[in-house]
Design a protein around this ligand. Structure first.
Ligand SMILES: [Zn+2]
Length: 159
């Protein structure tokens, strides 16, 4: 059923290259948000018309790039989820003092990408992202938590 694509570089590969370039040009997290010692990002996806993509968990430390766009997990899709505004807003509420409180936020985003855009029969992506962000302030003394390979996440509504 799968049509072979004649394109040498797939939409997904092009997208990954663009994202890598954008990430490389981003400042370090510590430059952009000096008060943030740790930023945890959890991504859960919902796909109405097919298999649900695996959830993702990202933990950013001060040396990481302050880059908050994540490619849509659908391989055919050229979309991505941009959490930049959400991270900016959250970091703003966390304050700038060295005892910045832990802060958290969550929300939903609909993918605005298109699947197989270069071919006939392209259609908008139906993946929806549910994200949650959590900041750890600079006053925290706990060790960075090394996340083990994420076990299958329970289907549960987190508040
Ligand atoms: Zn998508």
């Amino acid at each position: 059923m799968k049509l072979a694509s004649r394109k040498v570089v797939s939409v997904g590969a092009q997208r990954r290259m663009q994202m890598q370039a954008a990430r490389a040009g981003a400042p370090a997290l510590r430059e952009r948000f000096p008060q943030v010692a740790r930023l945890s990002i959890e991504l859960h996806f919902e796909e109405r018309n097919g298999r649900t993509p695996s959830p993702q968990q990202h933990t950013l430390f001060p040396a990481a790039r302050a880059f908050f766009r994540f490619a849509c997990p659908c391989a055919e899709c050229d979309g991505d989820f941009d959490l930049t505004a959400a991270v900016d807003a959250l970091a703003g509420t966390a304050g700038t003092g060295r005892r910045a409180a832990e802060a958290a936020a969550s929300g939903r985003l609909q993918c605005e990408g298109w699947r197989a855009r270069e071919r006939a029969g392209s259609r908008p992506c139906s993946i929806e992202l549910q994200y949650s962000l959590r900041l750890g302030g600079a006053s925290e003394t706990d060790e960075p938590q090394l996340q083990p390979a994420l076990p299958p996440v329970e289907k549960r509504a987190h508040r």
